[in-house]
Ligand binder design. Structure first.
Ligand SMILES: Cc1ncc(C[n+]2csc(CCOP(=O)(O)OP(=O)(O)O)c2C)c(N)n1
Ligand SMILES: [Mg+2]
Length: 334
């Protein structure tokens, strides 16, 4: 079984710190009206970064839900650049150029899961190497798309990894109202595939589970469902007030289990991290975010391209929509 070595753990931690730092800055920027809605990554870093570090960026695809983009740094700066364009309201923002194997994140729950299975099945038909990893939440697992795609993937033995990040909440719906199953990984039984639950606050365990699922998939044995249990430490999004429904004692218990704290201690004990290093990484993370933000802000809005290829010439309804779109784009860019 493959565990991350010290050097990999250091890189994983660096990406976790970067994600947390950038998320904090984006939260403030949203409050200042500079960026749109943000779904904070806080509490999810170990699950996301640990998983992504077990993948091969040249051959393996990632399909995020919407909380993941800041954790996908291993796939290159293009992911953050695309995320900023998307956040600032560019209609085609989110598009990530070749050869980066990350599909744009989107908000429709579970909608990426059938795409992930189709992509994985296509890769196996074409004898292409690699696997597809799709992220989704505990809430998304109640969607029909999850069951339909999971079933098909089991039958086809598609090389796909279903990674359910169970952060205990779907906005204000707790997991006991989401499912009567004992956990989310047991849903794998209906698909005839392995299902495992791992502590998503421990990036080594997530890395190990994803490595094993990857081996399984590339050996032609098909999909795995991994449930990574975490606790959402922030709000659902910048539009949410979790103090209205998250029990304060649950949150403070989860804060003691913050995935960054335990790994920080472990790396410091091994002399693999220092306060100076922390400061340097945080500073670079903010500079990188500023750069991506400035780049996105200075990119002209392609307001028309979204509607360009619907008809040979605009119907009256389309013309109306085109005008509405360009008005709202101008407003969001003010
Ligand atoms: C198909 C669909 N239904 C409902 C929503 C509204 N919605 C947005 S986020 C969310 C909660 C999702 O929870 P989960 O999948 O656990 O992800 P988390 O936000 O906790 O990371 C809901 C219900 C949506 N975006 N898409
Ligand atoms: Mg959730």
């Amino acid at each position: 079984m493959s565990k991350p070595n010290d050097e990999q753990l250091q890189m994983i931690f660096e990406d976790m710190v970067i994600a947390r730092t950038q998320a904090g800055r984006l939260w403030n920027m949203q409050r200042q009206g500079q960026v749109g809605t943000i779904a904070p990554i806080d509490g999810h870093e170990a699950a996301i970064v640990g998983a992504v570090h077990a993948l091969q960026t040249e051959s393996d695809w990632v399909l995020p839900q919407y909380r993941e983009p800041l954790g996908l740094r291993k796939y290159g700066p293009e992911v953050l650049d695309a995320f900023m364009l998307y956040n600032l309201g560019h209609p085609l923002g989110g598009h990530i150029p070749d050869p980066v194997k990350v599909v744009p994140s989107q908000i429709s729950l579970a909608a990426s899961i059938p795409h992930a299975v189709g992509l994985a099945w296509g890769m196996s038909l074409k004898n292409e190497p690699g696997v597809v990893l799709v992220f989704f939440g505990d809430g998304a697992s109640s969607e029909g798309d999850f069951y339909e795609a999971g079933n098909l993937a089991g039958v086809l033995k598609a090389p796909v990894i279903f990674l359910c990040v169970n952060n205990q909440w779907a906005i204000s719906t707790p997991t006991n109202l989401q499912t009567a199953a004992k956990d989310f990984s047991s849903k794998a039984a209906a698909f005839g595939i392995p299902g495992v639950t791992v502590d998503g606050n421990n990036p080594s365990l997530v890395y190990e589970a994803v490595s094993e699922a990857r081996e399984h998939a590339v050996n032609g044995q098909g999909p795995t469902l991994i449930e990574a249990t975490v606790y959402r430490l922030g709000a659902h999004t910048t539009a949410d007030d979790p103090t209205r429904y998250v029990p304060a004692e649950d949150l403070s218990a989860a804060q003691k289990n913050d995935p960054l704290l335990s790994l920080l201690q472990e790396l410091k004990n091994k002399n693999l991290w220092s306060d100076d290093k922390q400061e340097e990484v945080e500073k670079a993370a903010l500079e990188r975010l500023d750069e991506a933000f400035e780049k996105a802000k200075n990119t002209p809005l392609l307001t028309d391209s979204l509607l360009d290829h619907c008809f040979a010439s605009d119907t009256s309804r389309l013309a109306r929509q085109r005008e509405q779109l360009s008005r709202s784009m101008e407003k969001s860019h003010e």
